[in-house]
Each structure stands twice: as C-alpha cells, then as structure tokens.
Write a protein that binds this ligand. Structure first.
Ligand SMILES: Nc1ncnc2c1ncn2[C@@H]1O[C@H](COP(=O)(O)OP(=O)(O)OP(=O)(O)O)[C@@H](O)[C@H]1O
Length: 366
C-alpha cells in the first residue's frame, strides 16, 4: 500500500489500534490523556515493539511481529518531532540540521547546503551559525523540524508539536508545519484544535486504546460521534434512538432534527451547537420545534459571552449566550430556564461501526 499503516497491540498498556494514513495525507490522532496516542507513535517510529502488529510504509514492511521483522528506528525513514525537539546542544544549528543528510552518506558540503535550505524553509536561516543551546523554545522547535525534514523522511510523526510554545510562537510554527506537511504522509498527535483544523485532512479518535471514530476533519469536528471529538469541537452530542425522523432520548424526550444520512440502525446521534440554543426565562413563543424546560447547572465565561450548562431531563446541554443576554436574564445555578432550538439546527446521524460514544448523553465544552 501507498501511505502509512500502523497496527499494534500493546498488552501492558491495553492498546490495540490501527491507524491508516493515505500517502501524502495528514491524520490527526486525538483522545484523552492516557488513551494510547503516544504508544501508537512509538510503534510507528520503531521505539516500541508491540506484542502483535505490523507497520508498513509505502509498501515497505517496517514491523511485522509474527515474521520477526523490526527495522531499526534510523532506517525506517520516519521523522519524529516531539513536543520539544531535542537538539545536540554542543553542535551549531547548521550542524544539527546537517546531521541527517550526513549520516545518510552526503558529503559535508552537500549536507550543509541541504541543511541551509531547510533552515530557510522554516524561516530561521540566520540562526545557522549559532550554538543550539542558545535558542528560544520556538526557534529550537523550528530547527528541530528542519533537522527532521533534512533527513528526507517518507513519513512524519508530530507529537504535540506546538504545545510547549506560547500562543504567538505556536501560530508561526503552525504555519511552517502547514507548508512542511503538504504532500508528506503525517500523523499528528495534538490536543490543540488549531493544529488539527489547520493541518489535518483526517482525524482519528482514540479512547481506551481503541480507535472509536475516524473520518475527514470537517466531518469529525462538525458531526462528531465520539464524546471526545464533541468536547473538542465544543458541541452537544446526544445519543438516542431513531423515532421517525427524530431522536428519542431516554424518558420520552424528543429531539427534532434533520437526518444527515440514512441511519443504518436504530441508534442515532444528535449534534447541537451551543450557539444555536436560545435560553429564556419563560416559554418562548418562537416556531422552534425543540422547546425544553431545564435548570441552570453552571455558568462558564467564554471570550465573547457565557456558556450556560443546563440540565434538561437526564441531559446536560451547553448553550452559548451573549454577555448582554446573560445580564438581562440574571442567570445563576438553579435558575429555571427554557431552552429552544430549531429542528434545522440539529443534525441527526446514524452511529457508524467506528463510533462508540460513551454511555453518557452529552459531551460539550470549549
Ligand atoms: N513506558 C510505559 N510503560 C508502561 N505503560 C505506559 C508507558 N507509557 C505509557 N504507558 C501507559 O499506556 C497507556 C497509554 O499511554 P499513552 O502515553 O500512549 O497515552 P496518550 O494518549 O499519548 O496520553 P497523553 O495525551 O497523556 O500523552 C496509559 O495507560 C499509560 O499509563
């Protein structure tokens, strides 16, 4: 196959997952802490031999446990950039980046030329003569990226590449990464929504060592079927049974929505954006088909408003309102409220084979 396939079972860590990245695409792997994301990167890079599994890159078998194959890390042609890329502190920036081509047999001159080209591409050519121990975090991360790419890997693994950097520096690196990953088969592990939306073509969600959801980035974040993806995307995800064209939740609570596809089974998911829910103190006289009575559970500040988390039956729904409406409504935990949302604002979809949302009903959050 063309691209990267990483299948691994690591019993001690209760991880058993398979990631497939088509050639030239970027797959983001997301999931809660301890879910197994780094473990899968370790299996891909050859740092960890799984109990069972196989790693294949563009048709080359890099790991095959049954056949006793484990190609060593430096021969896999897979580049790894971690949270804070480690550099050789005693070498200059240029020599750090020239290290890869040099160890692949390039002459000193040609390795340095390649290194300089990469430093230019990541925007830090002027740092070439500097000792690498003098770099700031953001500079060091760009140099580490140049070093990884100068070894001309066939695939790239990015492990939380921007998480150690402050917001502005992270934004600059993200831009460089967008360029660098174009056309390069890449797995990105990140908790950062901006990394994911700007870099990833597809997203896989790992929970408890298993892939529970995978698909195009826009689909996974727009219509998530796992609690984790819903939480990351900041939407309400409600699981129920199909009743006509609506979702039926628990004790007779109907959610009227628009079915997105032909649900295969009875089980469906409704996705509701917090900003599409209207909060009022008395029953609204709108034409919205979903009108529920609830009670404010907690209020959270947002950059441009307030997120109201309210209990509706056994659900907790998040609704985002402006600061002005919050002041007008004088909401507090315990306030009885009405929540309303138009059916057109509710996407109802079937539960696919890859989705196993946790038994709860709602996941939401910034
Ligand atoms: N070196 C190790 N030895 C044994 N168990 C480990 C080791 N590293 C991780 N684990 C365990 O394996 C499981 C998966 O961990 P992993 O680091 O892959 O998760 P993760 O999704 O990358 O988490 P995070 O987002 O916190 O980095 C966890 O239960 C973890 O405690």
């Amino acid at each position: 196959m063309s691209g990267l396939r990483v299948a691994g079972r690591v019993d001690e860590r209760d991880v058993d997952a398979e990631l497939i990245v088509p050639q030239g695409r970027v797959l983001a792997v997301i999931g809660p802490n301890g879910a197994g994301k780094s473990t899968m990167l370790q299996v891909a890079s050859g740092l960890l031999l799984p109990d069972a599994g196989r790693v294949e890159l563009d048709g080359r078998v890099l790991t095959d446990v049954e056949a006793g194959i484990q190609v060593p890390v430096h021969r896999r042609r897979i580049g790894l950039l971690a949270q804070s890329g480690l550099l050789f502190r005693h070498l200059s920036v240029l020599d750090n980046v020239a290290f890869g081509p040099r160890s692949q047999g390039a002459s000193r001159h040609s390795a340095r030329t390649t290194a300089l080209e990469w430093l230019e591409r990541v925007g830090v050519a002027e740092l070439a003569p500097r000792p690498s121990r003098e770099l700031s975090g953001g500079q060091a991360q760009r140099v580490a990226l140049a070093r990884t790419l100068a070894a001309s890997p066939d695939a790239l693994l990015l492990d939380e590449p921007t998480s150690a950097l402050d917001v502005r520096v992270a934004a600059g690196l993200r831009q460089v990464l967008t360029e660098a990953t174009r056309g390069l088969t890449t797995i990105l592990v990140s908790h950062d929504l901006l990394d994911i939306v700007s870099l990833a073509d597809e997203v896989a969600v790992i929970e408890n060592g298993r892939v529970v959801e995978q698909g195009e980035t826009a689909r996974v974040l727009g219509r998530p079927t796992s609690s984790f993806a819903a939480g990351l995307a900041g939407v309400n995800l409600v699981r129920g049974r199909l009743d006509g064209t609506d979702a039926l939740i628990g004790e007779g609570l109907h959610i009227h929505g628009i079915p997105e596809d032909e649900p295969a089974g009875d089980e469906v998911l409704a996705v509701i954006r917090p900003s599409s829910i209207v909060v009022s103190l008395s029953r609204p006289e709108s034409s919205a088909r979903n009108v529920w009575q609830g009670q404010v559970n907690v209020l959270e500040p947002l950059p441009h408003g307030i997120r109201v988390r309210a209990d509706v039956g056994q659900l907790e729904l998040a609704a985002d309102i402006t600061t002005a409406s919050a002041a007008e409504l004088k909401l507090a935990p315990g306030t009885r409220v009405w929540l309303s949302v138009k059916a057109q604002e509710v996407a109802i979809s079937g539960v696919s084979a890859h989705s196993a949302p946790s038994s709860g009903v709602t996941a939401s959050g910034a």
